[in-house]
Design a protein around this ligand. Structure first.
Ligand code: GAL
Length: 690
């Protein structure tokens, strides 16, 4: 799909389950009236409606859906049609028990819950094909339907005989011979050598769970099999005549699948955004932290396809599944909805439009609650969001222009976190990525979050924190990026293993030691609570102390914890050294000029302030203009562009009132004309793109 938008304006909507209210035609009418009031222009139907659509095998009941879709469309409300494969009907599990998953302990599950079917089962695939095709035949040509939503939040794994066989075939295809697999998995260790592919079992606490190559390939297989299932659903829709784009909803911080693989098979990335707002101490907690974490997730989702994405779900009020259900503070629904738009979403969608009366989500927030009236605080927040979105339709399809990127690589993370050592109590990869990301955002830059296979040509700054695994081509790309004038920032525990999780022989970070001007020697895992320090390098400390253009204007000291790497300088200059322990005076932060660019190396898990200062200096020297300058505390900015105009969003994530300086040449599209940001509010500016 070449065009960047599926809808002429921003989508405002959410999951809607009229299948729970078929005996209540008045509910549909009330809902439509309230949706129109809230400027809801699109709803997602059928996510879990299979047992209503096909109450018995081969018996279809779709008239109610036609009626609902028609009625919505007459009222200007479009539809995202879901395939119902996220939860199967009871009759299906009864007749075809193979659809029920087997867990790693080799126990078959009972029917129940959702998201728990076998992705390999031919019976499941066939029943899904039939219902998907049927839905497409009936609705592909309906003008209301703008997008197909395949299944729901793909996740989990199955260890049934069918899946284990499929895994063996996948391995055969990957390695060709058992000898090559034995080498890649280093199976001579503990006498685990395989004689034949048929001997391979999926990882299990009853068998192998510490054979790293096996565990890594199993995760890759689960991603491949899930993706294959998704592709089969896409084909079934096409067989039924569907021509609309497809999506599937991804999840926050989800490590069960490598989304960079799955995302290639969908036309539009969408995701479900459920941050724990106000979950810190005090009445609001540290919402700015959550704002940065959420911004990272939005940017990650956008970067999978480098085009606008959809925020498919979010809660307009509290969720009911976290340990404690906090209410969203006034103003936060519009604010955090606009945050999604700022980072490239073309939609604000909720779970769900109408609260269900029974079962496990009856207390989950919804646009329309059990009371059912318009005079609720939550409904007012949704209406305000709807009004602002309607006024911003020019944003649909606009892009985010990022000159900086952070590499976040799932396979590398899997390998690093499965390995034993150097710190089995937590390596903090997620936090390492967030620290670099946040620092770049604090420096005022738009940021892409990319996997290690992504091209780097369009960036001026690339951060590759803890990039433990170098897949094929990675060091070469990082090298030529730096050589060509890019600024590379790497952090400890990088370039240690290859794509098969085998440690590189020789100096590491593999193939990049002359780019970084150093090599890894040892790594110290620090117990919880133990810290070291980064202090400014003095002449006496080290021969290679940075001077001149390399001497950044950094504060005198930062703390660090969890991991301290000891490196040997081979041309790099030390900007900071360790302050304590037997390695006091050893390099802790280094820089090396390489080609037309420079490579920085942060040797330890440093506090956020180090990254904020370092990236601030780097961004200023790289001459990349910040989206907005001099932002008040607890405020962050992001921008989108249509090539002609730049749309700048500033959001304030605290209850106090602040003011931003409105740059010359900008007009205020939304918010206070003097740049005043009340507690939990935002402002949107427009200026000619530079
Ligand atoms: C999502 C899911 C929805 C609903 C929601 C509640 O993960 O896709 O169906 O359960 O959570 O927060």
């Amino acid at each position: 799909m070449d065009n960047q938008t599926i809808f002429p304006s921003l989508i405002h909507g959410g999951d809607y389950n009229p299948d729970q209210w078929l005996d209540r035609p008045d509910i549909l009418e009330a809902d439509i009236r309230m949706m129109k009031k809230a400027k809801i222009n699109c709803v997602t139907l059928c996510v879990f409606a299979w047992s209503t659509l096909e109450p018995a095998e081969g018996e279809f009941n779709l008239q109610w859906l036609h009626d609902v879709v028609d009625r919505l469309y007459e009222n200007g409300i479009y539809v995202i049609m879901a395939t119902p494969s996220g939860a199967r009907p009871r009759w299906l599990a009864e007749k075809y028990p193979e659809v029920l998953r087997i867990n790693a302990q080799r126990q078959r599950m009972l029917f129940g819950e959702r998201h728990n079917h076998c992705y390999t089962s031919p019976a499941y695939r066939e029943k899904v094909r039939i219902i998907d095709k049927k839905l497409a035949e009936e609705f592909a040509s309906h003008p209301a339907v703008i997008l197909w939503h395949i299944s729901n939040e793909f996740s989990g794994e199955c260890h049934c005989p069918l899946c284990r066989d499929a895994f063996r075939s996948w391995l055969k295809n990957r390695y060709g011979s058992i000898d090559r697999l034995n080498h890649a998995w280093w199976t001579a260790f503990w006498s685990h050598t395989y004689n034949d592919f048929s001997q391979i079992e999926s990882p299990s606490p009853l068998g192998d769970s510490s054979l790293h190559g096996l565990s890594l390939d199993w995760k890759r297989f689960v991603t491949a099999q899930t993706t294959d299932f998704l592709v089969a659903e896409k084909k079934a829709l096409q067989e039924g005549g569907a021509r609309q784009p497809v999506t599937t909803n991804l999840m926050r911080d989800f490590t069960g699948l490598d989304y960079s693989v799955l995302a290639k098979e969908i036309d539009i990335v969408s995701w479900d955004n459920y941050p724990f707002w106000h979950s810190g101490s005090g009445s609001t907690g540290s919402d700015i932290e959550i704002a940065y974490e959420t911004a990272l997730q939005h940017d990650l989702m956008r970067s999978y396809r480098h085009r606008p994405f959809l925020m498919m779900e979010s809660s307009p009020s509290s969720m009911n599944w976290p340990p404690i259900s906090r209410l969203r503070r006034p103003g936060t629904v519009p604010l955090t909805s606009m945050q999604a738009i700022a980072h490239g979403s073309d939609s604000v969608q909720y779970f769900q439009i109408r609260q269900s009366r029974g079962s496990s989500e009856k207390f989950h927030g919804a646009v329309i609650d059990h009371y059912g009236g318009e005079d609720t605080r939550v409904f007012a927040e949704v209406c305000k969001t709807g009004e602002d979105l309607a006024a911003l339709s020019c944003l649909a399809g606009t892009q985010v222009d990022a000159k900086a990127a952070v590499i976040a690589d799932m396979e590398s993370r899997w390998a690093m976190e499965a390995a034993a050592g150097p710190r089995n109590k937590g390596l903090h990869y997620r936090e390492a990525v967030l620290k670099s990301y946040r620092a770049l955002r604090e420096a005022g830059l738009n940021v892409d979050v990319i996997d290690s296979g992504a091209p780097l040509d369009s960036y001026k700054i690339v951060a590759a924190p803890m990039l433990y695994m170098f897949k094929e081509g990675v060091p070469e790309r990082l090298r030529s990026f730096t050589e060509g004038g890019g600024i590379l920032i790497m952090t400890c525990w990088s370039g240690i293993v290859d794509e098969n999780d085998l440690c590189y022989e020789g100096a590491t970070p593999h193939a990049l030691t002359n780019v970084l001007g150093l090599r890894f020697e040892e790594i110290d895992g620090l117990p919880d609570g133990v810290t070291n320090r980064f202090v400014r390098a003095k002449d006496a400390d080290i021969n290679g102390k940075a001077a001149g253009e390399d001497d950044l204007n950094l504060p005198d000291s930062f703390s660090c914890d969890t991991l301290c790497e000891l490196v040997r300088l081979e041309g790099a200059k030390a900007l900071m050294v360790y302050g304590d322990d037997f390695y006091a005076g050893h390099p802790a932060l280094t820089v090396n000029r390489f080609g037309k660019g420079a490579a920085y190396y942060v040797c330890a898990d440093a506090e956020q302030a180090l990254y904020t200062s370092l990236y601030g200096e780097i961004a200023a020297r790289a001459g990349i203009a910040p989206v907005l300058k001099d932002l008040p505390e607890n405020t962050c900015a992001a921008s989108r562009t249509d090539g002609q105009y730049e749309y700048i969003f500033a959001g304030h994530y605290a209850p106090d009132c602040v003011q931003i300086k409105i740059p010359q040449g900008s007009e205020v599209l939304c918010g206070n004309k003097d740049g005043i940001l009340e507690g939990y509010s935002y402002i949107i500016l427009r200026r000619i793109s530079s």
